[in-house]
Write a protein that binds this ligand. Structure first.
Ligand code: PDD
Length: 280
């Protein structure tokens, strides 16, 4: 595999990042995951814009030019022959050479790393036909989840708690309301209405979320953006989540309670189909 590090395209085993990198020492970096279908990037502009916002919120200087980023993404996809999969991009505050809580000087070069992952069968994921199971856990992450930082330890632990419970993912709950999944935005459907948490600093502003809500409204489906509880989710007709790597994924069980009789409903598969069709 060819990867990209700070202006260079290299074989993955030759790519190097400093041990003093701020992301390594302090999780001081942001990332994006853009999916690839039929060799083409999905929603690149959305991801590039969110990246620029994440960098600006953290005062990490000089975001790369949109066109340069697009070129790097395309080059890696072509070079690595990715037909279905994803491009991972990470930008950190760089490696100033010493460990210090204070940010390094503004002219410290940010570290830019990109690699691809091949995921054949991504669009035809058989899990989308049967749905997945989730548990709920307390959301103890920091208060700026709108910034896509690489501080993923708790989401990673949540994923492991889910696996230990024989489930696939965890839905995070704060003050009694679901914020989001470990790495996705969450939804329920009741009486045909799609309910998902409103945007704020409490959740990541999903690029897939924005696209799916737009397509839902275009298809005359009713959308309500507000927080919901696990109890309400258990009483819902359907539940699902969205992300760049899973698109639209039905959820058929929450904390052991079957949703919609434990079977995939009609709204989530329809949104998945529309999303895959419209964004390709
Ligand atoms: N995760 N919420 C969280 C906490 C996320 O980490 C993600 C994405 C989303 C969905 O955002 P989008 O639709 O823009 O992918 C919501 C990526 C896919 C990941 O960490 O792999």
């Amino acid at each position: 595999r060819t990867v990209y590090v700070n202006g260079e395209y290299l074989p993955e085993n030759e790519a190097k990042v400093s041990i003093f990198d701020r992301a390594f020492l302090m999780a001081d970096g942001v990332y994006e995951v853009t999916s690839v279908l039929d060799g083409k990037l999905i929603d690149f502009a959305g991801h590039a814009n969110r990246l620029a916002r994440s960098l600006s919120e953290l005062d990490i200087p000089t975001p790369p030019e949109f066109d340069d980023l697009l070129e790097i993404h395309r080059k890696l996809v072509a070079e690595n022959g990715v037909n279905e999969g994803m491009v991972y991009l990470q930008i950190t505050r760089g490696a100033p050479g010493d460990r210090d809580f204070a940010f390094p000087p503004k002219d410290t070069r940010p570290t830019v790393v990109l690699f691809t992952q091949n995921k054949p069968g991504l669009a035809d994921n058989p899990q989308a036909k049967v749905g997945i199971k989730v548990i709920s856990i307390e959301d103890i992450r920091w208060g700026r989840r709108d910034i896509k930082t690489v501080q993923l330890l708790y989401p990673s632990m949540g994923k492991m708690m889910a696996k230990k419970a024989g489930c696939d993912d965890a839905w995070l709950v704060e003050d009694g309301f679901v914020t989001e999944g470990t790495s996705n935005n969450t939804y329920i459907v009741k009486g045909g209405k799609i309910i998902t948490r409103n945007l704020s600093n409490d959740i990541l502003h999903g690029i897939t979320r924005a696209a799916v809500l737009k397509f839902a409204k275009e298809a005359q489906m009713e959308v309500e953006e507000r927080p919901f509880t696990i109890e309400e989710a258990k009483q819902a007709d359907e539940a699902f989540f969205t992300s760049a790597s899973a698109f639209v994924m039905p959820v058929v069980e929450i904390d052991g309670a079957a949703i919609g009789g434990g079977k995939v409903g009609s709204v989530a598969p329809r949104l998945r189909e529309i999303y895959l069709e419209e964004s390709r």
